[in-house]
Design a protein around this ligand. Structure first.
Ligand SMILES: [Fe+2]
Length: 205
């Protein structure tokens, strides 16, 4: 076998380099899962693994519910009909956009804690406790009641998570939950519930 010359070595290196830079995709070659859902990475943020793990778990459930709530707003944005069509069509879309912002904040907080954020809507559907709407269209009052129920589900979980993150001194998550998630959901409830004329008065003197 002839001894490789400088010239042939350079040619081989060039070929290997070309192969590394190849834009070809290799279908069927999926990598291994590098961090399973529920597992924690190291995160040097001076917060115990227990606190980070509990926060991530609570945030992921709220994230899953928010993804479902976002989808419900879009569904109602498309399917709404009747005399209030235009204003609700716009309002539902505005709320959907705001939920999408919250989804991003929640997911990035989960990642910041060293956990894996819920990313696939099918995963969110497995985790959520929000009732599934029918695939068909509903009347406006039903849409509104359904949205209010979904918000209350989110809000009750957010309140519990605020309490837990307070006890664990996870102020980053605590602030996000209180300043962004809770307040935005409460505000959206006010806007949506104001469309119902038969909201009962509570504590009337
Ligand atoms: Fe639209």
């Amino acid at each position: 076998m002839p001894k490789p010359t400088k010239r042939t070595t350079a040619k081989t290196a060039q070929r290997n380099g070309d192969r590394r830079r190849s834009p070809e995709i290799h279908p069927g070659k999926l990598g291994v899962e590098v961090q399973r859902f529920g597992a924690l990475r190291l995160a040097p943020i001076a917060l115990s693994a227990e606190a980070r793990g509990e926060s991530a778990q609570l945030l992921n459930i709220i994230l899953a519910d928010s993804m479902i709530l976002y989808a419900m707003y879009k569904k109602h944005h498309w399917l709404v009909a009747g005399p209030t069509f235009y204003q609700l069509h716009l309002l539902f879309d505005k709320h959907a956009e705001e939920q999408q912002e919250l989804i991003d904040l929640l997911a990035e907080r989960v990642q910041t804690l060293g956990a894996v954020a819920v990313g696939d809507p099918r995963h969110a559907a497995e985790l959520t406790t929000i009732d599934r709407p029918p695939n068909g269209a509903e009347e406006v009052p039903s849409m509104i009641h359904r949205l209010l129920d979904a918000h209350e589900t989110v809000i009750s979980k957010v309140r519990r998570a605020i309490d837990r993150t307070d006890k664990n001194a996870d102020w980053g998550s605590n602030d996000l939950l209180m300043s962004d998630v809770l307040r935005r959901n409460e505000l959206q409830v006010w806007f949506i519930s104001s469309h119902l004329v038969d909201v009962p008065l509570v504590g009337d003197k």
